[in-house]
Design a protein. Structure first.
Length: 255
């Protein structure tokens, strides 16, 4: 087992997690868009490590520097912020995750990083916070269903602020606001699913699409899709769930 930094030559091997999605799970179809995002942003808004068994990628850690992470957060310079991490099922509970994280910690420290942040979740299937506890991360702020966690490399504490949602939707009709942030294939899939669902309501719903840049994310405090200015859908959801959430806002809408 070895760990390598991700380069442009590794793009076809990114998002190994999607190789284990069940048959019929549609967000795996969004991998090409996420790989295009990765290619366009590598070295700017994303960096990464791959855990390899021979030539096969079996785990990953994708992150950005605190100055360039495209998430609604502000932190002091020279802190790494993890977007996502994964290890394939057959490699879990065998010490391989420790190999990967030990390498990542050592390499980031060597590069001069002060520490590592991650917004872990209470959801066992997605960035589960207990996995990060095992690697020495500490919870520094809770905002259910997420827990902001920190691992010190050269500095015991970190100055960090989660940005408040600050987006005002249209007043003439219900608005579905979509931020084009394809760092995760699930996010890319939900972008298109929510757009399709919103358009099924015809002129009752307005769709607004916004590029998720550092400027827009800092301005609006959001990367998740919004329905009438509210986060009503987190992570993967069905088209029926999205339509139900939109209909709820239509029923309550007042000009």
């Amino acid at each position: 087992m070895k760990v390598n930094r991700v380069t442009l030559d590794d793009l076809d091997a990114t998002y190994c997690c999607m190789s284990e999605t069940s048959l019929g799970v549609s967000w795996a179809e969004a991998v090409p868009e996420s790989r295009e995002w990765f290619k366009a942003n590598l070295g700017k808004h994303v960096e990464g490590y791959h855990l390899l068994d021979g030539n096969r990628v079996v785990g990953h850690v994708y992150y950005a520097t605190s100055e360039k992470v495209v998430l609604p957060i502000e932190a002091e310079p020279k802190v790494a912020f993890i977007y996502c991490t994964e290890i394939l099922r057959n490699y879990m509970r065998k010490g391989h995750g420790k190999i990967m994280f030990d390498y990542v910690k050592a390499d980031l420290k060597k590069q001069g990083f002060e520490g590592i942040l991650v917004d872990a979740s209470d959801i066992k299937e997605y960035m589960y916070y207990e996995h990060f506890l095992k690697h020495g991360f500490k919870i520094i702020k809770e905002h259910p269903p997420f827990k902001l966690m920190y691992y010190p490399l050269a500095k015991d504490s970190v100055k960090v602020k989660l940005l408040e949602l600050n987006y005002k939707p249209s007043r003439d009709k219900v608005e579905v606001t979509l931020f084009k942030n394809f760092v995760c294939p699930v996010g890319a899939h939900m972008y298109h699913l929510m757009k399709k669902a919103a358009k099924s309501f015809s002129d009752k719903v307005k769709v607004v699409e916004i590029e998720a840049t550092l400027e827009t994310v800092r301005k609006y405090g959001a990367t998740d899709p919004l329905i009438n200015g509210k986060v009503k859908i987190l992570g993967p959801a069905s088209e029926d769930d999205v339509k139900k959430a939109i209909q709820e806002e239509i029923n309550q809408f007042k000009h």
